[in-house]
Design a protein around this ligand. Structure first.
Ligand SMILES: Nc1ncnc2c1ncn2[C@@H]1O[C@H](COP(=O)(O)OP(=O)(O)OP(=O)(O)O)[C@@H](O)[C@H]1O
Ligand SMILES: [Mg+2]
Length: 163
């Protein structure tokens, strides 16, 4: 079974709120795969996820290192694959360890290593809306693992759902 939910964010703060809910509901081993062009809001969403997990710091894009780790209710591994050449490079850098641990893994530019990920992941595609500062977030997953989380987002007042 596959599930898709499309959300509209009207501001960075709304994107962070969506992230907070994801972080608040996240389970050990959850993997959030973020896809979208430069400036789409992947790091902004990750900040919310980290805060939802109880992290006090402000998550920043780890573009010059592969991964930044934050401690919250669960450990969050914030990975950015922007600079890798191919999936093998991600594997060499130890991505498997973060994916199979009991923390939460958030991966920016996940499409650069899509073959590395199992179907036990939640894909979140972010794109620019018709005008600033709108962003569209398309959540997609196989199976049932993320059902509670997707249901919570769908039921959350104040978050616009799309068609
Ligand atoms: N609705 C929105 N959601 C998220 N960010 C928004 C939104 N509207 C405007 N912005 C702005 O867009 C930028 C998003 O930056 P962010 O670093 O999160 O993007 P990114 O997808 O991580 O980019 P990169 O690929 O460079 O890592 C920020 O400057 C933010 O203020
Ligand atoms: Mg980023």
């Amino acid at each position: 079974m596959s599930t898709t939910l499309e959300l509209i964010s009207h501001s960075p703060e709304e994107t962070q709120s969506i992230g907070r809910l994801l972080g608040a509901k996240a389970q050990p081993g959850d993997v959030f795969l973020l896809v979208g062009p430069l400036g789409a809001g992947k790091t902004c969403l990750t900040q919310g996820i980290a805060w939802g997990l109880g992290v006090k710091e402000h998550a920043r894009s780890p573009t010059f290192v592969l991964v930044t780790r934050y401690k919250g209710r669960l450990t969050i591994h914030h990975v950015d694959l922007f600079r890798i050449e191919d999936a093998a490079e991600a594997v060499d850098l130890g991505l498997d360890e973060y994916l199979n641990g009991d923390g939460v893994c958030v991966v920016e530019w996940a499409e650069k290593a899509s073959e590395v990920f199992s179907n036990q992941c939640l894909w979140i595609e972010m794109e620019y809306g018709d005008e600033e500062p709108v962003r569209r977030l398309k959540l997609h997953t196989e199976g049932y693992r993320y059902d509670p989380l997707i249901k919570a987002l769908a039921a959350q007042e104040g978050i616009e759902k799309c068609c």
